[in-house]
Ligand binder design. Sequence first.
Ligand code: GLU
Length: 303
Amino acid sequence: MTTFSHYRGRFAPTPSGPLHFGSLVAALGSYLDARAVGGQWLVRIEDIDPPRCPPGTDTTILRQLEAFGLHWDGPIVWQSARSDAYQAALERLRQQGLSYPCSCSRKQWQTHPIYPGWCRDGLREPGKPIAWRLRTDLGQRPIIWPDRLLGAQRFDPADLGDVVLKRKDGLWAYQLAVVVDDADQHISDIVRGVDLLDNTPWQMQLQGALGYPVPRYLHLPLVMSPDGQKLSKQNLAPALASEPVAIARQLFQAIETLDQAPPVELKGAAPAEQLAWAVAHWRVERIAPARERPAPDAYQEER
Ligand code: GLU
C-alpha cells in the first residue's frame, strides 16, 4: 500500500440539501482527524447529479461549515466541472477491458440480487441507450483493508456486482468520480459514514485498476433518527442550526456523538474554542465501533 507523506482529508457532501446533524458528525470526524495531525482538510462538492442538487445548496453547505467553524484548506472542487477527468479514467478502464457498455434496464434483471453481467461480452440490445459498468470479476479481488475503526474488512467486488460508472443519461456515477477526485486531490485519509463501507471495495478495485495510491479508511458510526432511520436528506432530517446558541449546542453534541467526551465547561463555548479542544484531544480509539448512534435529544426537540 502506498503511504502518503502528508495527511490530507476531505469532506465531500452531495448538495442535495442542507447539512443535517448526521452530515455534521461526518464533517467533524474528518476535520478532527486531519487537524489532530496538522493535516489538510479539503471540501469537495459532489454535484454530479444536477437534478438532485437544487441550485444554491452548495453555497448553503459552505456557509453552514463556516458557521460551525469548520474552515477548509485550498480551493473547493466541484465535481460538475470534472467531466474530462472522469472520461479519461473511463477510457483507461475500457482499454484494459475493465469497463463495458450495458443496455440492460433494472427492470430486466430485477429478479436477480445484483446485475448478472449480461452485457459483459457484448451489448444485449444494441442501439438502446448504454450505461458503462465496471467488470468486477476481472479486477483485483478480494479487496481487503484495515478500517481504522472497524478493523479488517474483506469483500469480493464480484459479489457486490458490476457497478455503474457512467449512467445511461450521461451522468457520472459516484463510484468513479470519487476515486478519480480523491486521487487527483492526493487524499491520504477518507473518513466518512459507515453507510459507504460496502462502496469501498468497488472504489479500491478502481484505484488498483487506475494505478492510484490507496488511502486509509475510517468509517464512522451513523446517526439514527428516533424512528430508527439513518438521518438523511431523503428522510427529511432537519437542517443544522443557524443561530449561535444552537450552533454551539449542536457542535458539542456532535463531539459527544464521536465519543470524545468533551468536558461540560465546553458546552456553549464558541465553535473555535470547542474545535480547538476537540483537535487537541481527538482519539479514534475512543469511538465505539457500533455502527449506529442515536441522534441527540435536542435534535428531537427541533424537528
Ligand atoms: N458525497 C457522498 C455523500 O454525500 C460522500 C462521499 C464520500 O465521502 O466518499 O454521501
